[in-house]
Each structure stands twice: as structure tokens, then as C-alpha cells.
Write a protein that binds this ligand. Structure first.
Ligand SMILES: Nc1ncnc2c1ncn2[C@@H]1O[C@H](COP(=O)(O)OP(=O)(O)OP(=O)(O)O)[C@@H](O)[C@H]1O
Ligand SMILES: [Mg+2]
Length: 239
């Protein structure tokens, strides 16, 4: 792998969250998607964000992951003000420190499962043979090694989501952002995806920001916060 500067200093500071947002606002036309949302994610923590449809969960996740710039407020990753970073540094962070997985996996349809997982490593400069070796090991970890030569259209929904998780984790991110990762799955496949995600995150110390409207999925988290009307309404310990 190319050296991309290592984790931010504050990632090792005690007592400081790995990722934090304060007073975030985001407006789309006349819709106030976020109205003063705040949240903190500790290193290695699995945090569920729940709340009704339209309450701003995905928008908050996008702001925290550096995909969307908030109109106001602050997002801090380690010592860096994410909301102020130049696009170049943001995309570097997204490639190296963050992993994302969405409801419909969003795998590239023309690539095999193995190539989908290898892609982030190839983009980071890893040699092809090594990238494939690591991608294969991640597919193994998620129980989908046998499907490595299939394309996304040939996978079941649950298999595709496990491939998407492997792709999100293959670079060894410090934070994984998962927006309704089980939303398109039946409950058994959803449980398989969640247990694979949680087991891996715990083993590797990866923090997870999990957006879900499903209480059974939220129960996998260490902590849950609820959103309502663009703000975080309340917090509770789920385990
Ligand atoms: N790109 C966009 N353009 C216009 N409006 C948007 C956009 N993204 C979000 N919104 C609006 O902002 C509000 C919050 O949307 P968001 O997607 O964050 O909600 P959510 O809590 O994730 O909902 P769901 O549970 O249905 O996924 C909604 O009213 C939505 O219509
Ligand atoms: Mg959403």
C-alpha cells in the first residue's frame, strides 16, 4: 500500500471521539434535512442511528463520511475539520480511512465479486496479485469465497451485501458507514450480514455508524441515537 500519512493524531488521543458532529444544518431547497444535528462516535464503537423516514439519518451519515458538505456546523475527524477539508483530502480519507456500504450494495455490475473487493486496493496502488489475495481472504471471512467469480447479478441479496461489506473493509478503514445495509434483505440474510459486520468490526477495532429503522438491527450496536426532524433526539444504551 502507498503511505497516505497514517491515521489522524487525535485517533490516539484518549477521551476524544474519533468522529464528531456539532450543530449540523443542511437544506435542500425548502427542506431542512438537518437542523442542528450532533453526534459522537468513539474509536471502535458501533453506533446505531434510528428514526423515522425523512428524519435526516442518511444526510447525517453523508455529512460524517465527507460525501455531503453541511451548510453549517462542524464535523471533526480526529483533529481534522472534515467540513472544511479540500475535496482532494476528503476523497483520500474516503479511500483510506472510511468504508461505506449502502442498502443495495452498489457493487459494480460488470466486475466479479473478487474484482469488486479488490478495486479499492487497486485504486490505492496495491499490486494486482496482492489485491486479489487480500480480496479473496475478505470474501472468505464473510463466507462468500465460493462466489468470487460471480457477478453481482448472479449473487443473492445477502451474498451481494457480504461482498459489499468485504469491499468496505478491505482497506482496513477506521470507520465503516452503513446506511440500511440489511434494508433489502429478509431477516435471516440480514442477521448474517449484521453478525458478519459486527464480528469483524469488533475483531479489528473498526468503528461503525449504522443507520437503520429496524430495532433488531439496531440491537447489534453498543449504543443507539434517535433522529427526529433533522436533529438527534435522544440516546440510549442498547447493550
Ligand atoms: N439530495 C437531496 N435532494 C433533495 N432533498 C433531499 C436530498 N437528500 C435528502 N433530502 C430530503 O431531506 C430529508 C431527510 O432525508 P434523509 O434521506 O436524510 O432521511 P432518512 O432519515 O435517511 O430517511 P429514510 O429512512 O427514508 O432513508 C427528506 O425530507 C429528504 O427528502
Ligand atoms: Mg435514509
Amino acid at each position: 500500500m502507498t503511505d497516505i500519512g497514517g491515521p489522524p493524531q487525535a485517533a490516539t488521543d484518549s477521551g476524544r471521539p474519533l468522529l464528531a458532529a456539532r450543530n449540523l444544518t443542511k437544506t435542500y431547497g425548502r427542506t431542512h434535512a438537518l437542523r442542528g444535528a450532533g453526534i459522537e462516535l468513539a474509536a471502535g464503537e458501533i453506533l446505531a442511528v434510528t428514526g423515522p423516514s425523512g428524519s435526516g439519518k442518511s444526510t447525517l451519515l453523508h455529512c460524517l463520511a465527507g460525501i455531503v458538505r453541511p451548510d453549517g456546523g462542524e464535523v471533526t475527524y480526529g483533529r481534522e475539520r472534515l467540513d472544511r477539508l479540500p475535496e482532494e483530502r476528503l476523497s483520500e480519507l474516503r479511500r483510506t480511512e472510511f468504508g461505506v456500504v449502502f442498502q443495495f450494495g452498489q457493487l459494480l455490475p460488470e466486475l466479479t465479486a473478487l474484482d469488486n473487493v479488490a478495486l479499492p486496493l487497486l485504486l490505492a496502488g496495491t499490486a494486482r496479485a496482492r489485491a486479489h489475495e487480500r480480496a479473496g481472504a475478505w470474501l472468505e471471512r464473510f463466507g462468500v469465497r465460493g462466489q468470487q467469480d460471480l457477478r453481482p447479478g448472479e449473487l443473492s441479496g445477502g451474498q451481494a451485501q457480504r461482498v459489499a461489506l468485504a469491499r468496505a473493509l478491505v482497506t482496513g478503514p477506521r470507520v465503516v458507514f452503513a446506511d440500511e445495509p440489511t434494508g433489502a434483505l429478509d431477516s435471516l440474510a440480514g442477521e448474517q450480514v449484521m453478525s458478519a459486520l459486527v464480528r469483524t468490526a469488533r475483531a479489528d477495532g473498526t468503528a461503525v455508524l449504522l443507520v437503520t429503522h429496524d430495532a433488531q438491527v439496531a440491537a447489534y450496536a453498543d449504543r443507539e441515537v434517535r433522529m427526529r426532524d433533522g436533529a438527534v433526539a435522544g440516546a440510549e444504551v442498547t447493550s
